[in-house]
Design a protein around this ligand. Structure first.
Ligand code: ADP
Length: 274
């Protein structure tokens, strides 16, 4: 549910394709679907629930279904970030992610993204229990609200945390960035699918920062560490990467996350003896 733009470095957006048609029609979504989307008619548009930030619709067409999200107030930069992340993960050909097709501005303000529609399998319905409280985008953009105490303690941790990374080599890799259960599913054939990324290149361990709401079991971790073996000191750094998300949640969703963040910081200050 994060607005991905908050976490993305400012990448150049995916190659923009040119339209033969006008720059800003009344309905650029329909226009794209009926031109580059290769459909000749849209037979039905049905809303899809479950998102926190945007409106989502399924566009049924004679060229197959399309998944479309719109946002009435935020400009295309947020969806450009999402498309860039989806595109980067799609190109790895390692796990199924929806292929992004088009991002643009709406003539009434706001923006849209058109992407591949994925028919989810039965597992999706079990993912519905969102652990995060959905809030309006306006609130999500509000200024950092950390209290002075947590800020000072956090700064002390940042100054001293290099000790947690001694003797390891970090090779930046592509991270989903918001890997919690609401963004993990499977398609009809049971293949895993990941959605709604906040991608960046970083330390592979950072991907477990959201594990407190991902519901990964032992089998998952065993399989993961077979492919990417644990680095020395992994257990010591694990909470540090969770702390990033707790602070983010504190900032986005309110004070309920403050004590968890503070107790992780306190534990680290004790461990590091600073
Ligand atoms: P938001 O940006 O508002 O958080 P999401 O990306 O979570 O919205 O999408 C809203 C809902 O649409 C999700 O619950 C998900 O089940 C569904 N969804 C997301 N991507 C696709 C897709 N490519 N195909 C079909 N359904 C999708």
């Amino acid at each position: 549910c994060y607005p991905s733009i908050l976490f993305l470095p400012r990448f150049r957006f995916l190659k923009r394709r040119r339209f033969a048609v006008v720059a800003m029609s009344n309905d650029p979504i329909t226009e794209w679907i009926l031109s580059e989307g290769k459909a000749t008619q849209i037979t039905r548009i049905s809303p899809i629930g479950g998102g926190c930030i945007n409106r989502a619709n399924r566009y049924e067409t004679d060229a197959g279904p399309f998944f479309v999200k719109t946002n009435r107030s935020i400009g295309p930069s947020m969806f450009e970030g999402e498309a860039l992340g989806l595109g980067a993960m799609y190109e790895t050909e390692t796990i199924r992610v929806p292929r992004p097709f088009k991002v643009g501005a709406l003539p009434t303000g706001g923006s849209y993204i058109i992407m591949e529609y994925i028919e989810f399998g039965a597992a999706r319905s079990n993912q519905g229990g969102s652990l995060l409280k959905c809030i309006k985008p306006g609130n999500q953009q509000k200024a950092l609200a950390l209290t002075w105490t947590i800020q000072l303690a956090g700064q002390r941790l940042v100054k001293n945390m290099a000790a947690l990374f001694e003797n390891i080599v970090i090779e930046p890799c592509l991270l989903h960035g918001d890997l919690w259960s609401g963004n993990i599913s499977s398609d009809k054939s049971g293949e895993p699918v990941i959605l709604d990324p906040a991608c960046y290149y970083g330390h592979s361990e950072a991907e477990f920062g959201m594990s407190w709401c991902a519901g990964f079991g032992g089998a998952f971790y065993n399989a993961y560490f077979e492919v990417t073996p644990k680095q020395a000191g992994f257990e010591k750094r694990r909470d540090l990467y969770m702390l990033y998300h707790y602070l983010n949640h504190y900032n986005l969703f309110g004070s309920g996350y403050r004590s968890s963040a503070m107790s992780i910081i306190d534990d680290y200050l004790r461990l590091l003896n600073v």
